[in-house]
Design a protein around this ligand. Structure first.
Ligand SMILES: Cc1cc2nc3c(=O)[nH]c(=O)nc-3n(C[C@H](O)[C@H](O)[C@H](O)COP(=O)(O)O)c2cc1C
Length: 463
């Protein structure tokens, strides 16, 4: 940057319903931006287009965050983060940004941060990473090495927040931010009419909005499933340990009365074999549960991405309708390409995720059957204790066994419930109506002749 802008300490906030976007080439040079971007960044549009995106870099943003961004993008994956930017007049402003590959370059769509817990966690992490980076620089490390130090520190902070990695953080935070935005935004008004292709875009966006709302309804179910998968994964190994403790205890107790009640020992032996089998199954299932959870979070992320990009399409259409000299139909068409990519990505991710979910569902079903059988043996063993009149001798042992039997019902119900939910969420969604609508928006945006485009009523759930 030729003239370095210094932060003045002024802080600007992004409007709760604002959608700020820009596109860049493969190196991060700005190729287009909406008016919202130029306004908040306080740079004339002409100074923005053709400038590297670090034109709005804030000195308090750690280099590690941008390294993580570029590494993720270069791996072909979308990236989301809270970013503090520096406007041309020295004011700082925070955004929640989502950057996706688009053609040979990238698209970034930003909204106001709306989930305070995540935002403050990110800001706290950045402050800490910045300290590590300054120290590394003071020790004589160069820019690349400093960014690496920052990136590592950032990963450590994300871990401390309870996330497995940066991807899990993004896949959790982004849908939460988009849901918060969805609560603030106003749906596209069917009465909002314009002439020509832009009119078609806006009226079709009403229908797109409705279809995406249908998809968004899946977010809650997917979130609940992700949480349940995490709980069962966490509890599964503890349950295995508890089960083997109890079966060992029953065996040990049975051995002490093998003369008077030999049948107890054979029941305990059978139970222990079954228990070991269940233990093995649950232990093998644990990484699968984690994989299923990651897949579920990925699908949620893709759906939220589609929601975000619809907002960008609507904003661009409105701006073009107002006679923008900066944005044209080609930009709208580009945004529609992003939206199509999101839908294709969501479908693909759901297909991959569905395979994992079905596998996990079957595994859980099997574990459920075996565990129930083990618990039946345990219940039989428990009934045999008074029947063979060894209650007094075995009194010190039975209390943990009774505890296990009391928990059994709950644990079995949790396994069964999760198996059912996995099967339910593995159902594919029908995105054909939505794709048809996006094609219609793209066709209108491209100023293409609308002849041959199916009438609205057949394109799927249109007004
Ligand atoms: C699509 C896209 C959007 C970007 N948006 C921002 C942004 O809003 N703020 C920012 O500081 N950097 C943004 N960047 C990253 C910059 O290109 C750059 O990597 C970053 O500012 C660090 O720059 P520096 O290390 O050269 O100072 C964006 C990059 C891309 C590809």
């Amino acid at each position: 940057m030729a003239d370095r802008i210094e932060p003045t300490g002024a802080v600007r906030t992004v409007g709760p319903r604002d959608v700020i976007f820009s596109t860049t080439d493969g190196r991060g040079v700005i190729t287009s931006a909406n008016q919202g971007f130029a306004r908040i960044a306080a740079h004339p549009w002409s100074a923005l287009v053709g400038a590297p995106h670090n034109i709005i870099r804030h000195p308090q943003m750690p280099a590690g965050a941008f390294k993580l961004m570029w590494d993720t993008l270069q791996a072909g994956q979308p990236f989301s983060a809270y970013v503090q930017n520096l406007a041309g007049d020295g004011a700082a402003y925070w955004v929640f940004a989502t950057v996706t590959p688009l053609g040979d370059g990238y698209l970034s769509v930003r909204i106001a941060p709306g989930v305070d817990a995540f935002w403050s966690a990110a800001a706290g992490a950045y402050a800490d990473v910045l300290v590590a980076e300054r120290q590394a620089r003071a020790e004589g490390l160069g820019g690349v090495a400093v960014a690496e130090v920052g990136c590592e520190r950032l990963a450590a902070r994300i871990g401390q927040l309870g996330f497995a990695d940066a991807e899990e953080f993004m896949h959790t935070v982004m849908p939460a931010e988009v849901l918060a935005m969805a609560g603030r935004r106003q749906p596209v008004d069917p009465a909002e009419q314009a002439d020509g292709p832009v009119g078609v875009v806006l009226s079709t966006c009403v229908a797109v909005d409705r279809e995406v709302a249908g998809l968004m309804e899946r977010l809650d179910g997917l979130h609940r499933l992700a949480e349940q998968l995490q709980h069962v994964e966490r509890d599964a190994l503890a349950a295995v340990a508890a089960l083997s403790e109890v079966t060992e205890l029953a065996q040990h107790a049975s051995a002490t009365v093998s003369q008077t009640a030999p049948v107890l020992l054979s029941t305990a032996g059978a139970m222990s074999t079954l228990g070991d089998e269940v233990g093995g199954m649950l232990a093998e299932l644990a990484p699968e549960l984690a994989a299923a959870r990651r897949a579920v979070l990925r699908v949620r992320f893709r759906i939220a991405l589609a929601r975000l990009h619809v907002d960008a399409v609507v904003d661009a259409a409105r701006e073009i309708d107002r006679g923008s000299v900066q944005l044209g139909p080609e930009h709208l068409a580009q945004l529609c390409t992003s939206l199509r990519d999101d839908l294709a990505g969501a479908r693909e991710d759901l297909e991959d995720g569905a395979a994992v979910l079905r596998r996990v569902g079957l595994g859980l079903e099997l574990a459920h059957v075996r565990l129930r059988r083990t618990d039946r043996f345990l219940a039989t063993w428990r009934v045999q204790v008074p029947r063979y009149q060894v209650s007094r001798q075995l009194a010190p042992y039975v209390s943990p066994i009774d505890g296990r039997l009391r928990m059994s019902h709950e644990q079995l119900a949790a396994l069964r419930d999760l198996a059912e939910r996995c099967a339910a969420e593995a159902e594919p969604f029908d995105d054909a109506p939505l794709r048809a609508l996006v094609d219609r928006v793209a066709a209108a945006a491209g100023g293409l002749s609308l002849s041959g485009v199916p009438p609205l009523s057949t394109a799927g759930g249109l007004p």
